[in-house]
Design a protein around this ligand. Structure first.
Ligand SMILES: Nc1ncnc2c1ncn2[C@@H]1O[C@H](COP(=O)(O)OP(=O)(O)OP(=O)(O)O)[C@@H](O)[C@H]1O
Length: 276
Protein backbone atom coordinates (compact mmCIF):
# COMPACT_ATOMS: atom_id res chain seq x y z
CA UNK A 1 0.00 0.00 0.00
CA UNK A 2 1.15 3.55 -0.71
CA UNK A 3 2.52 5.50 2.23
CA UNK A 4 0.32 8.56 2.90
CA UNK A 5 3.35 10.70 3.72
CA UNK A 6 4.81 10.25 0.26
CA UNK A 7 1.51 10.43 -1.62
CA UNK A 8 1.33 13.51 -3.82
CA UNK A 9 -1.59 15.94 -3.52
CA UNK A 10 -1.41 16.76 -7.24
CA UNK A 11 0.53 14.90 -9.89
CA UNK A 12 0.79 15.70 -13.62
CA UNK A 13 2.52 13.13 -15.84
CA UNK A 14 3.28 14.23 -19.42
CA UNK A 15 -0.05 16.01 -19.64
CA UNK A 16 -1.11 17.50 -22.98
CA UNK A 17 -4.42 19.20 -23.65
CA UNK A 18 -5.28 19.91 -27.25
CA UNK A 19 -8.21 22.10 -28.27
CA UNK A 20 -9.72 21.88 -31.72
CA UNK A 21 -10.33 25.20 -33.43
CA UNK A 22 -13.02 25.00 -36.12
CA UNK A 23 -13.46 27.58 -38.85
CA UNK A 24 -17.04 28.33 -37.79
CA UNK A 25 -20.07 26.92 -35.95
CA UNK A 26 -21.08 24.92 -39.02
CA UNK A 27 -17.77 23.03 -38.99
CA UNK A 28 -18.03 22.54 -35.24
CA UNK A 29 -21.50 21.06 -35.65
CA UNK A 30 -20.37 18.80 -38.53
CA UNK A 31 -17.54 17.50 -36.32
CA UNK A 32 -20.12 15.96 -33.96
CA UNK A 33 -21.19 13.58 -36.73
CA UNK A 34 -18.14 13.24 -39.00
CA UNK A 35 -14.63 12.30 -38.00
CA UNK A 36 -12.68 13.92 -40.83
CA UNK A 37 -13.83 17.54 -40.42
CA UNK A 38 -10.80 19.80 -40.86
CA UNK A 39 -9.70 22.01 -37.99
CA UNK A 40 -6.62 23.62 -36.46
CA UNK A 41 -5.29 22.27 -33.18
CA UNK A 42 -4.01 24.30 -30.24
CA UNK A 43 -1.97 22.74 -27.45
CA UNK A 44 -3.14 24.67 -24.37
CA UNK A 45 -0.95 22.36 -22.23
CA UNK A 46 2.08 20.72 -23.80
CA UNK A 47 3.74 17.73 -22.07
CA UNK A 48 3.62 19.13 -18.53
CA UNK A 49 4.87 17.08 -15.57
CA UNK A 50 5.11 18.11 -11.90
CA UNK A 51 4.19 16.91 -8.41
CA UNK A 52 2.80 18.94 -5.54
CA UNK A 53 3.19 17.37 -2.11
CA UNK A 54 0.58 17.78 0.66
CA UNK A 55 0.83 21.14 2.48
CA UNK A 56 3.01 22.72 -0.20
CA UNK A 57 2.09 26.30 -1.20
CA UNK A 58 2.75 26.75 -4.90
CA UNK A 59 2.35 29.81 -7.12
CA UNK A 60 1.53 29.41 -10.80
CA UNK A 61 2.76 32.25 -13.03
CA UNK A 62 2.18 32.84 -16.72
CA UNK A 63 1.01 35.46 -19.19
CA UNK A 64 -2.53 35.48 -20.64
CA UNK A 65 -3.07 32.32 -22.62
CA UNK A 66 -0.11 30.46 -21.04
CA UNK A 67 -2.39 27.59 -19.99
CA UNK A 68 -2.98 28.30 -16.29
CA UNK A 69 -6.78 28.03 -16.35
CA UNK A 70 -6.65 24.87 -18.45
CA UNK A 71 -4.25 23.33 -15.93
CA UNK A 72 -6.55 24.28 -13.02
CA UNK A 73 -9.61 22.97 -14.87
CA UNK A 74 -7.91 19.58 -15.08
CA UNK A 75 -7.30 19.59 -11.32
CA UNK A 76 -10.96 20.43 -10.66
CA UNK A 77 -11.99 17.89 -13.35
CA UNK A 78 -13.88 20.44 -15.39
CA UNK A 79 -11.79 19.27 -18.31
CA UNK A 80 -9.58 16.23 -19.01
CA UNK A 81 -6.16 15.72 -20.61
CA UNK A 82 -5.91 14.70 -24.26
CA UNK A 83 -2.94 12.56 -23.19
CA UNK A 84 -0.94 11.94 -20.02
CA UNK A 85 -2.22 11.54 -16.47
CA UNK A 86 -3.55 13.88 -13.79
CA UNK A 87 -3.86 12.55 -10.24
CA UNK A 88 -5.47 14.54 -7.43
CA UNK A 89 -5.65 13.25 -3.85
CA UNK A 90 -7.87 15.24 -1.49
CA UNK A 91 -10.99 17.39 -1.40
CA UNK A 92 -10.48 20.30 -3.79
CA UNK A 93 -11.95 23.71 -3.09
CA UNK A 94 -11.45 26.04 -6.01
CA UNK A 95 -12.00 29.76 -5.63
CA UNK A 96 -12.41 30.18 -9.36
CA UNK A 97 -15.95 30.49 -10.58
CA UNK A 98 -17.59 31.46 -7.34
CA UNK A 99 -20.90 32.56 -8.76
CA UNK A 100 -21.45 29.34 -10.72
CA UNK A 101 -23.33 26.39 -9.33
CA UNK A 102 -26.02 28.13 -7.26
CA UNK A 103 -29.70 27.46 -7.76
CA UNK A 104 -31.16 30.96 -8.32
CA UNK A 105 -34.54 30.01 -6.89
CA UNK A 106 -33.07 28.72 -3.59
CA UNK A 107 -32.24 31.16 -0.80
CA UNK A 108 -28.63 31.77 0.20
CA UNK A 109 -29.11 29.46 3.20
CA UNK A 110 -30.58 26.69 1.03
CA UNK A 111 -27.73 27.08 -1.40
CA UNK A 112 -25.24 26.46 1.40
CA UNK A 113 -26.78 22.98 1.73
CA UNK A 114 -27.05 22.59 -2.03
CA UNK A 115 -23.37 23.31 -2.61
CA UNK A 116 -22.27 21.42 0.52
CA UNK A 117 -24.03 18.39 -0.91
CA UNK A 118 -22.32 18.85 -4.30
CA UNK A 119 -18.98 19.02 -2.51
CA UNK A 120 -19.71 15.69 -0.86
CA UNK A 121 -20.47 16.89 2.69
CA UNK A 122 -23.09 15.30 4.94
CA UNK A 123 -26.08 17.40 5.98
CA UNK A 124 -24.99 17.42 9.66
CA UNK A 125 -21.51 18.67 8.65
CA UNK A 126 -23.07 21.51 6.65
CA UNK A 127 -25.34 22.35 9.61
CA UNK A 128 -22.26 22.69 11.80
CA UNK A 129 -20.54 24.98 9.26
CA UNK A 130 -23.65 27.07 8.50
CA UNK A 131 -23.17 29.78 11.21
CA UNK A 132 -19.57 30.51 10.22
CA UNK A 133 -20.46 30.61 6.51
CA UNK A 134 -23.29 33.08 7.23
CA UNK A 135 -21.04 35.21 9.43
CA UNK A 136 -18.29 35.28 6.80
CA UNK A 137 -20.60 36.10 3.87
CA UNK A 138 -22.06 39.21 5.60
CA UNK A 139 -25.30 39.09 3.62
CA UNK A 140 -27.66 40.03 6.48
CA UNK A 141 -31.35 39.49 5.69
CA UNK A 142 -30.49 38.51 2.14
CA UNK A 143 -29.38 35.09 3.42
CA UNK A 144 -33.07 34.07 3.34
CA UNK A 145 -33.83 35.66 -0.04
CA UNK A 146 -33.54 33.76 -3.35
CA UNK A 147 -30.07 33.99 -4.88
CA UNK A 148 -31.58 35.45 -8.08
CA UNK A 149 -32.06 38.69 -6.10
CA UNK A 150 -28.31 38.90 -5.28
CA UNK A 151 -25.80 41.13 -7.03
CA UNK A 152 -22.84 39.29 -8.57
CA UNK A 153 -20.64 40.55 -5.70
CA UNK A 154 -23.07 39.05 -3.16
CA UNK A 155 -23.06 35.70 -4.97
CA UNK A 156 -19.27 35.72 -5.02
CA UNK A 157 -19.18 36.43 -1.27
CA UNK A 158 -21.47 33.52 -0.55
CA UNK A 159 -19.40 31.29 -2.85
CA UNK A 160 -16.17 32.33 -1.18
CA UNK A 161 -17.61 31.84 2.33
CA UNK A 162 -18.77 28.30 1.50
CA UNK A 163 -15.60 27.24 -0.29
CA UNK A 164 -13.21 28.36 2.45
CA UNK A 165 -15.34 26.96 5.26
CA UNK A 166 -15.53 23.34 4.12
CA UNK A 167 -12.04 22.49 5.37
CA UNK A 168 -10.53 21.99 1.94
CA UNK A 169 -7.51 19.72 1.55
CA UNK A 170 -6.45 21.35 -1.70
CA UNK A 171 -7.20 25.04 -2.04
CA UNK A 172 -6.99 26.64 -5.47
CA UNK A 173 -7.15 30.41 -5.74
CA UNK A 174 -7.11 32.60 -8.82
CA UNK A 175 -5.99 36.04 -7.73
CA UNK A 176 -7.65 37.65 -10.73
CA UNK A 177 -10.83 36.98 -8.84
CA UNK A 178 -11.86 40.03 -6.88
CA UNK A 179 -14.59 39.45 -4.36
CA UNK A 180 -16.67 42.30 -3.05
CA UNK A 181 -15.33 45.62 -1.82
CA UNK A 182 -11.89 46.49 -0.46
CA UNK A 183 -12.57 45.45 3.14
CA UNK A 184 -14.14 42.14 2.09
CA UNK A 185 -11.13 41.43 -0.16
CA UNK A 186 -8.85 42.05 2.82
CA UNK A 187 -10.90 39.61 4.87
CA UNK A 188 -10.64 37.00 2.08
CA UNK A 189 -6.87 37.42 1.97
CA UNK A 190 -6.61 36.97 5.74
CA UNK A 191 -8.81 33.87 5.58
CA UNK A 192 -6.63 32.35 2.86
CA UNK A 193 -3.52 33.10 4.90
CA UNK A 194 -5.10 31.46 7.96
CA UNK A 195 -5.97 28.33 5.95
CA UNK A 196 -2.53 28.09 4.37
CA UNK A 197 -0.66 28.66 7.64
CA UNK A 198 -2.78 26.82 10.20
CA UNK A 199 -4.47 23.96 8.43
CA UNK A 200 -3.24 20.99 6.49
CA UNK A 201 -3.95 22.62 3.18
CA UNK A 202 -2.17 22.21 -0.13
CA UNK A 203 -2.31 25.59 -1.82
CA UNK A 204 -2.15 26.42 -5.51
CA UNK A 205 -2.21 30.12 -6.31
CA UNK A 206 -2.53 31.64 -9.77
CA UNK A 207 -1.27 35.18 -9.95
CA UNK A 208 0.53 37.76 -12.06
CA UNK A 209 1.92 39.45 -8.97
CA UNK A 210 5.18 37.89 -7.84
CA UNK A 211 5.16 40.05 -4.67
CA UNK A 212 1.82 38.63 -3.50
CA UNK A 213 2.95 35.10 -4.40
CA UNK A 214 6.07 35.52 -2.29
CA UNK A 215 3.86 36.37 0.69
CA UNK A 216 1.94 33.10 0.48
CA UNK A 217 4.01 30.51 -1.38
CA UNK A 218 7.29 28.63 -1.06
CA UNK A 219 7.51 27.29 -4.60
CA UNK A 220 6.73 28.73 -8.05
CA UNK A 221 5.90 27.26 -11.45
CA UNK A 222 6.16 29.37 -14.61
CA UNK A 223 4.16 28.50 -17.72
CA UNK A 224 4.70 29.79 -21.22
CA UNK A 225 2.66 28.81 -24.28
CA UNK A 226 1.44 25.63 -22.61
CA UNK A 227 4.87 24.51 -21.39
CA UNK A 228 6.20 24.44 -17.86
CA UNK A 229 9.43 26.40 -18.23
CA UNK A 230 10.46 26.86 -14.59
CA UNK A 231 9.85 24.95 -11.35
CA UNK A 232 11.73 26.00 -8.22
CA UNK A 233 11.86 28.05 -5.02
CA UNK A 234 9.51 31.03 -4.90
CA UNK A 235 12.19 33.76 -4.98
CA UNK A 236 13.94 32.16 -7.97
CA UNK A 237 10.61 31.60 -9.75
CA UNK A 238 9.50 35.18 -9.06
CA UNK A 239 12.81 36.58 -10.37
CA UNK A 240 12.63 34.31 -13.43
CA UNK A 241 9.06 35.40 -14.22
CA UNK A 242 9.67 39.13 -13.63
CA UNK A 243 12.78 39.04 -15.87
CA UNK A 244 10.87 37.14 -18.55
CA UNK A 245 8.05 39.71 -18.55
CA UNK A 246 10.51 42.62 -18.62
CA UNK A 247 12.48 41.07 -21.51
CA UNK A 248 9.38 40.20 -23.53
CA UNK A 249 7.87 43.65 -23.00
CA UNK A 250 11.14 45.32 -24.03
CA UNK A 251 11.27 43.11 -27.16
CA UNK A 252 7.67 43.98 -27.98
CA UNK A 253 8.34 47.72 -27.52
CA UNK A 254 11.42 47.42 -29.78
CA UNK A 255 9.37 45.65 -32.47
CA UNK A 256 6.72 48.39 -32.27
CA UNK A 257 9.43 51.10 -32.50
CA UNK A 258 11.00 49.46 -35.59
CA UNK A 259 7.59 49.12 -37.23
CA UNK A 260 6.84 52.81 -36.58
CA UNK A 261 10.23 53.78 -38.07
CA UNK A 262 9.63 51.60 -41.14
CA UNK A 263 6.21 53.17 -41.70
CA UNK A 264 7.66 56.66 -41.31
CA UNK A 265 10.50 55.91 -43.77
CA UNK A 266 7.97 54.54 -46.28
CA UNK A 267 5.81 57.65 -45.87
CA UNK A 268 8.82 59.96 -46.38
CA UNK A 269 9.95 58.01 -49.46
CA UNK A 270 6.44 58.33 -50.92
CA UNK A 271 6.33 62.09 -50.22
CA UNK A 272 9.77 62.51 -51.82
CA UNK A 273 8.63 60.57 -54.88
CA UNK A 274 5.51 62.75 -55.19
CA UNK A 275 7.49 66.03 -55.00
CA UNK A 276 9.93 64.91 -57.72
N1 LIG B 1 -12.28 25.81 -24.89
C1 LIG B 1 -11.25 26.22 -25.60
N2 LIG B 1 -11.22 26.07 -26.95
C2 LIG B 1 -10.18 26.47 -27.68
N3 LIG B 1 -9.05 27.02 -27.17
C3 LIG B 1 -9.00 27.20 -25.85
C4 LIG B 1 -10.08 26.83 -24.99
N4 LIG B 1 -9.74 27.13 -23.71
C5 LIG B 1 -8.50 27.68 -23.77
N5 LIG B 1 -8.06 27.71 -25.04
C6 LIG B 1 -6.75 28.23 -25.51
O1 LIG B 1 -5.75 27.58 -24.75
C7 LIG B 1 -4.70 28.49 -24.41
C8 LIG B 1 -4.52 28.54 -22.89
O2 LIG B 1 -5.67 29.14 -22.33
P1 LIG B 1 -5.86 29.33 -20.75
O3 LIG B 1 -7.21 29.92 -20.54
O4 LIG B 1 -5.57 28.05 -20.06
O5 LIG B 1 -4.73 30.41 -20.43
P2 LIG B 1 -4.47 31.23 -19.08
O6 LIG B 1 -3.01 31.11 -18.79
O7 LIG B 1 -5.41 30.82 -18.03
O8 LIG B 1 -4.80 32.73 -19.53
P3 LIG B 1 -5.42 33.96 -18.69
O9 LIG B 1 -4.33 34.49 -17.82
O10 LIG B 1 -5.77 34.92 -19.79
O11 LIG B 1 -6.61 33.46 -17.97
C9 LIG B 1 -5.09 29.83 -25.03
O12 LIG B 1 -4.43 29.94 -26.28
C10 LIG B 1 -6.59 29.71 -25.22
O13 LIG B 1 -7.01 30.48 -26.32
Amino acid sequence: MEDNNTKTAISFRHVTKTYKLYKDDKQRFRAIFFKNVKCKQRKAINDVSFDVMPREAVALFGRNGAGKSTLLKMITQVTYPSSGEVEVNGRVSALLELTAGFDPEFTGRENIYFRGNLLGLKEEDVRELEPQIIEFAELGDYMDQPVRTYSSGMKARLGFAINVSIHPEILIVDEALSVGDKSFRKKCKEKIRELVEDENVTFLFVTHSTAVAEEFCTRGLVMKKGKLIFDGGISEAAAFYDEMIEREDAEKAERRRKKRERRLAEKRALEKKETL
